[in-house]
Design a protein around this ligand. Structure first.
Ligand code: FAD
Ligand code: SF4
Ligand code: SF4
Length: 427
């Protein structure tokens, strides 16, 4: 047997690096071991890009507004841009031929496939399901349209997507498209110049309250009567979670009925990073494609698309012949409710009893905000909740990780904030 010692020094075999398929199913504790307290496992620190962490990480230094100036020559204007990010157009749209296997109508995967079909890129960084799972995200470089199309549907958990940039570099690909979340796009933009790419198309997904795969399974266990047969789910704009099962039947649960305390509260299920995130709408992408401001009913699969840059416009023009355009809508007034929410953040209430929950759910569905006003309300509440979280848990980080547009967007709640927290909303 070979002697493992050389002189007096023991040769230590480095621990075997975990594959992405192994990482993606880990618990938060396993995944964040040895990482800074704020980490969304965007993929930078798992491999050879780790030396770029300080320059890339949105939780080390939020460079959103600096990158905005580079992309657009300016920062956000007052009004909707403060919430939705800089954009040249917002379209309500869906694929004419809806892909019912996709999360919504399938625009994202169709666009990725088109970029490959037209020879505009040589690879698309997308996220499929890890083997043996339906929901654990496994990022990869798709080289054919069929591979992108097969990645349709959300794998709604933290994904170390940027780790596959190592594969891109190794294979010498120079023209790529990237599909991913805001924290990943921030890191990608921050190190874009170091990557030696000739062309980069960034397709952004909106994102909030992400979690690890085991925590997603815990969530499905409390929200569904049959968690193992759920094949699709979404937090809908009608204040309900919709879950579709293998046999096609739909299960719906009111937001107000969710027993978040069974999951250890929001802080028990969402990583600290996601509670310190201020980029729901993926403002640094070329194009953001989501559903938040789109009209209902969900069966019609309307989405909203925010065209941000010239490259975003190029992608919109490319896919336009395959799209049907719809009408934007909005109703209600979010401001009273958002101001009241500030007080609830200061003094969280217990889950109300069932008859009150039933009434609240009815009011939300029938009298609540709709369309763009619903989107504004949701984004503002996440900004407020996350600002309160950072001030409570990471006060020293505030100046580095909260971008200025947050205070501008929330300025109208300043009085309510002062009354509830006895301090100024402004930094
Ligand atoms: C974790 C998560 C949270 C989201 N939250 C919101 C939200 O709060 N509001 C909103 O408006 N929209 C949200 N979205 C986006 C929305 O649900 C749809 O993905 C989007 O509208 C595109 O739909 P589609 O039918 O065009 O996509 P599809 O054609 O079905 O393509 C989906 C694409 O998502 C990519 N993907 C899947 N899982 C991940 C992952 N974990 N990380 C990175 N990429 C992934 C795949 O590569 C695929 O290309 C979220 C998406 C994800 C993955
Ligand atoms: S979020 Fe990304 S860059 Fe920041 S610490 Fe985690 S893996 Fe590294
Ligand atoms: S909520 Fe923010 S930090 Fe968390 S995965 Fe989504 S974009 Fe990243």
């Amino acid at each position: 047997m070979a002697n493992p010692s050389v002189g007096t020094e023991r040769v230590v075999t480095p621990p075997k690096a975990r594959s992405l398929a192994e990482i993606t199913v880990l618990t938060q504790a396993e995944r964040f071991k040895g990482r800074p307290k704020l980490c969304s496992d965007c993929g930078i620190c798992g491999g050879e890009l780790r030396p770029l962490m300080a320059a890339a990480c949105v939780f080390v230094q939020n460079r959103h507004e600096q990158i905005e100036r580079k992309l657009h020559g300016r920062n956000r204007n007052d009004g909707d841009e403060l919430l939705f990010g800089i954009n040249r157009a917002i379209h309500i749209t869906r694929l004419r031929q809806i892909n019912y296997e996709a999360q919504w109508s399938g625009i994202v995967t169709r666009l990725g496939a088109l970029l490959l079909e037209q020879g505009l890129v040589d690879g698309v960084i997308a996220t499929k399901a890890a083997p043996g799972t339906l929901w654990a995200p496994l990022p990869f470089v798709a080289r054919t349209p069929a591979e992108v199309l097969a990645s349709a549907g959300n794998k709604p958990c933290l994904s170390p997507t940027l780790e596959v940039l190592a594969e891109v570099r190794a294979s010498g690909l120079k023209r790529i498209a990237f599909i991913g979340m805001g924290c990943q796009v921030h890191a990608l933009r921050a190190i874009e110049a170091e990557l030696g790419l000739e062309k980069l198309y960034v397709i952004g997904l909106p994102c909030t309250d992400n979690t690890s795969y085991p925590d997603l399974l815990r969530f499905l266990n409390i929200v569904s009567k049959s968690p193992k047969t759920v094949v699709h789910h979404e937090f809908m704009q009608d204040f309900r979670v919709w879950l579709r099962h293998q046999d096609g039947h739909l299960e719906k649960m009111n937001y107000v009925d969710l027993d978040v305390s069974a999951l250890g509260g929001e802080r028990g299920i969402f990583p600290a990073a996601c509670l310190s995130c201020f980029d729901y709408q993926n403002g640094l992408a070329d194009l953001t494609i989501g559903y938040l401001g789109a009209p209902l009913p969900p069966e019609q699969r309307w989405q909203w698309m925010l065209v941000r840059t010239e490259r975003g416009q190029e992608m919109f023009d490319l896919i336009k012949p395959l799209l049907e355009l719809g009408e934007r809508n909005e109703a209600g007034n979010r401001r009273v409710g958002v101001r009241a929410y500030v007080g609830m953040l200061r003094r969280p209430r217990k889950r109300p009893i069932a008859p009150i929950r039933k009434f609240v759910a009815w009011m939300q569905r029938n009298k609540g905000t709709k369309g763009f006003e619903f989107a504004r309300a949701v984004i503002e509440m996440k900004l407020l909740r996350n600002l309160v979280f950072v001030r409570d848990q990471f006060p020293k980080h505030e100046a580095r990780i909260v971008p200025h547009y947050v205070y501008r967007a929330l300025a109208y709640t300043a009085e309510a904030y002062q009354a509830a927290f006895e301090r100024s909303l402004a930094p």
